[in-house]
Ligand binder design. Structure first.
Ligand SMILES: Cc1cc2nc3c(=O)[nH]c(=O)nc-3n(C[C@H](O)[C@H](O)[C@H](O)COP(=O)(O)OP(=O)(O)OC[C@H]3O[C@@H](n4cnc5c(N)ncnc54)[C@H](O)[C@@H]3O)c2cc1C
Length: 490
């Protein structure tokens, strides 16, 4: 394979870079070790588009957060992704906290965050009636918002592919060869790619990939964050992300509503000593962690309907020992760009990270010839549940599969599952992140087997080959009765 640019990692960062580069006449390959896009940190976070008052002025992340926030409105329009500009609150529970609010406000002003203001108790409780009576004031940032991080990442990938980017999934980068101090070949488990430019957006593993070209001046370690998500039936207990005052290492455990209307609480922040050991367990939640989340969130919103939690999950932040995003090229290895240490606010900053990476590539000698045929629009997939009754009738008349509800909790139809497979989903999680099948109250208990059957049919594979999220996560191994029959006949 040949490419002008190889982008390693199909999380929000790599997806934004690949989509940004697809504006130009270039051959781009987006390489991802997992079975689908967005299987790393980008799938398991709060989904807040931060305003930009949290980060230290002068850091790369503070600048890119504010810029990324400003770019999202237009990007969401182009990609048909929902974005609610509902603002965010940092709540003061005592007089010490008031000082912190003012510090955050000042930081925000220095970072260029517009319209920040401190609101008093009455206004705060009007905005958030379920908030604790101990809340005495808050920093209100109207430019913050919420979105679905996986919908956005997948939309960026789809639009990038529509504009000519080649995705290479289940392709782990295992080596990068150089010649005369310039990147030359990327060795993946799906083959070798000849290229002159490599963008390393491999999240938690960015230090390992960087070491493949001999750059080892930083390291990345995982910081786990755990969450609870509540049933939609419990309603939106808050109208926007509501944070406590920050801790030394995180923005604190918040209560938020998701773009899909669930209440969500979390994340805590627990540094892990390794990202390698027990790979599958790293993302597991713990009793201690979840209790910490529940206790902290209850300080903001008392009487959380604990019996209405429908799932808990964890995400891993890719924290660099430099304390900032590392986005740069190197004198000693031409054509290699690191995009590492992209912890929070990486989701917010992603469109601005892409802008910066493209500038760096240009500076490194990549020719950027705009493509006339670049199409910024990604058609929004049909969401049956959002259609009017007339719209639903018309759709069912055209394609009866839209009249067959498969996921009853989220009202997802067979037509939408089929459409998701046509858009590239080939695992249960791939369907889930594209359609919300299995994200409701039953968490796939009811619809799971039906989704698997549709997936097997559409991919023309036996049910035994349907996986949750790629190799080794098969749902079923065979027919129980056939085993019994075999035994009986012996
Ligand atoms: C708990 C938590 C809460 C957060 N909340 C927010 C928030 O509210 N707002 C916000 O702005 N940010 C938030 N963030 C940060 C945000 O989620 C991340 O900054 C962002 O998702 C990072 O994206 P990424 O593409 O750099 O990494 P990832 O999404 O991890 O993508 C990296 C990809 O590289 C792939 N990869 C790794 N190694 C290789 C290899 N050798 N070969 C091929 N592929 C490889 C991985 O499989 C992965 O898909 C949060 C993060 C966490 C964990």
């Amino acid at each position: 394979m040949n490419a002008d640019v190889v982008v390693i990692g199909a999380g929000i960062t790599g997806a934004a870079v690949a989509r940004g580069l697809s504006r130009y006449a270039l051959d781009i390959i987006l390489v991802e070790k997992e079975a689908d896009f967005c299987f790393g940190a980008s799938k398991a976070n709060t989904g807040t588009i931060h305003a930009g008052y949290s980060d230290l002025p002068g850091t790369v992340k503070s600048r890119l957060c504010v810029r990324g926030n400003a770019l999202y409105e237009q990007l969401c329009k182009e990609l048909g992704v929902e974005f609610e500009h509902n603002g965010s609150l940092v709540v003061a529970l005592n007089t010490d906290d008031l000082k912190i609010l003012e510090e955050l406000r000042q930081k925000g002003i220095t970072n260029g965050v517009p319209d920040l203001r401190i609101i008093e108790k009455d206004e705060l409780h009007q905005m958030e009636p379920n908030l604790t009576q101990n809340a005495i004031a808050a920093l209100y940032a109207p430019t913050a918002g919420i979105m679905s991080p996986y919908e956005m990442t997948i939309a960026l990938c789809e639009n990038a592919i529509h504009n000519g980017v080649t995705p290479l999934l289940e392709a782990e980068v295992q080596g990068i060869e150089k010649q005369n101090s310039r990147v030359k070949r990327v060795i993946t488990t799906q083959g070798i790619i000849r290229t002159k430019f490599v963008v390393n957006a491999s999240g938690l593993y960015a230090d390992d990939v960087s070491q493949m070209v001999g750059i080892d001046d930083f390291h990345i370690y995982p910081r786990k964050g755990e969450y609870f998500i509540f049933d939609k039936g419990a309603g939106s207990l808050v109208n926007r992300p509501v944070f406590p005052t920050p801790t030394l290492i995180s923005k604190g455990i918040l209560v938020t509503k998701t773009i899909d209307g669930n209440t969500m609480i979390g994340p805590n922040a627990q540094d892990l000593d390794t990202k390698y050991k027990y790979a599958k367990d790293r993302n597991a939640t713990t009793n201690e962690g979840l209790n910490e989340v529940l206790e902290a969130a209850s300080r903001l919103v008392p009487d959380l309907p604990k019996a209405s939690t429908i799932n808990n999950f964890a995400g891993l932040r890719a924290v660099s020992n430099t304390g900032d995003f590392i986005i740069r090229s190197y004198q000693k290895i031409k054509g290699f760009i690191n995009v590492a240490g992209i912890k929070s606010p990486g989701l917010t900053a992603a469109p601005a990270i892409a802008e910066l990476v493209i500038q760096i590539l240009k500076h490194e000698g990549l020719e950027l010839k705009p493509k006339k045929e670049f199409d910024p629009i990604r058609e929004k997939p049909i969401k049956f549940t959002d259609l009017s009754p007339e719209g639903k009738d018309a759709l069912i008349a055209k394609d009866p599969r839209y009249g067959h509800i498969v996921c009853r909790c989220e009202n997802v139809t067979e037509g939408e599952i089929v459409d998701a497979t046509k858009r590239g989903a080939h695992t249960m999680d791939g369907i889930k992140y594209r359609t919300r099948c299995g994200m409701g109250r039953c968490q796939g208990g009811f619809c799971g087997p039906r989704v698997a059957a549709v997936l097997a049919r559409e991919l023309s594979i036996p049910l035994e080959q349907v996986t949750k999220d790629g190799d080794g996560s098969n749902l079923v191994v065979g027919k129980t009765k056939s085993v019994l029959k075999e035994k009986a006949s012996v």
